[in-house]
Ligand binder design. Structure first.
Ligand SMILES: [Zn+2]
Length: 316
């Protein structure tokens, strides 16, 4: 990449020399200084040729500078909002209507979001429950597009909660290493009553984990198994999380696994299910975001009420 010593492409005579400058940019009365601005200067014609990496990095910096000046969210802020909902870039773009590549482009500084998209993101950030309105609507839209005329009715009590990734990793110091699918089952139901137009779906979600010192493997299984359904489906994803310190089993790890790890992994599983149903010739089934805090609290309640054996023993 270093062009020092190359012949100048402008005059064809000078030999390029690397120079590190501070470059100033102006926009609407505001100014921005970019340090470490690398150019290759020709001593013969005094032309500056901007380094390729510098030019690419500066484009991103300038885009965010323009966004800030225009009162728009920066690429970092957009990424933070998207991640707080646990969506991939593709899923977020499809859901909010920018197209599947839009969020990759907003976040890497290739394009600036519209004022309308900016407003939508701010509203969602302030009140995450609004996402319910959008997912409900986009589900309907997908169903209308589908040829089957089949409508999925999904549970509605799934208002997502927001996870602050920074707060989370500071508190527990762990990182998400890898994700794999470890089980997929899919079967068409030959006896499905195709006159049914609305199918109620209640996916069963089970979360499990295994730990070996600093590594915790988290398994999320989603199963849809109902005789009335056009298909039965089962999928298990494995996420590998590495902790800085060896983890002690117990309540706090239980919470991390069931809430934080599950929320990080869920978008991957959601995408696999949408893909699987689409490829099987059904309208893509897009599970709504899950509130893993509620799910965890409910499962804890169930566990305490499911274990009356201890009570029985003491009564005897
Ligand atoms: Zn030259």
């Amino acid at each position: 990449m270093d062009r020092t010593g190359d012949r100048c492409p402008i005059c064809g005579e000078g030999v390029l020399e690397k120079t590190v400058l501070e470059e100033n940019f102006e926009y609407k009365g505001q100014s921005l200084t970019v340090p470490d601005y690398i150019v290759y200067n020709c001593p013969n014609c005094d032309e500056d040729i901007v380094d390729k990496n510098t030019s690419r990095d500066t484009e991103k910096i300038i885009r965010d500078f323009h966004r800030k000046t225009d009162g728009l969210l920066t690429s970092k802020e957009i990424r933070k909002i998207r991640k707080s909902f646990g969506f991939t870039q593709v899923a977020m773009g499809e859901l909010l209507g920018g197209g599947e590549k839009s969020f990759a482009r907003y976040e890497n500084g290739q394009i600036t979001q519209s004022k309308a998209m900016d407003n939508l993101l701010r509203v969602l950030d302030a009140d995450p429950s609004i996402l319910d309105i959008i997912t409900g609507h986009s589900q309907k839209e997908m169903e209308q597009k589908a040829t089957e005329g089949m409508i999925y009715k999904l549970p509605r009590s799934t208002t997502p909660y927001k996870i602050s990734r920074d707060a989370m990793t500071n508190r527990y110091d762990f990182s998400f290493g890898d994700y794999h699918i470890v089980r997929v089952e899919f079967r068409k139901n030959q006896n499905f009553d195709s006159s049914l137009e609305q199918i109620e779906i209640n996916p069963a979600i089970a979360i499990d984990s295994e730990q070996e010192k600093k590594i915790v493997r988290v398994y999320i299984a989603v199963d849809i198994n109902d005789k009335e359904m056009p298909f039965s489906l089962g999928i298990t994803g494995e996420g590998i999380f590495t902790f800085k310190e060896p983890v002690n089993p117990g309540k706090s790890l239980d919470g991390i696994v069931n809430i934080n790890c599950a929320a990080i992994m869920f978008p991957f599983i959601r995408e696999s299910i949408a893909d699987l149903t689409r490829k099987a010739g059904y309208p893509p089934l897009l599970l709504p975001p899950m509130n893993f805090v509620n799910l965890y609290n409910e499962s804890k309640k169930k566990k305490t009420s499911d274990t009356p054996t201890a009570d029985n023993k003491t009564k005897k």
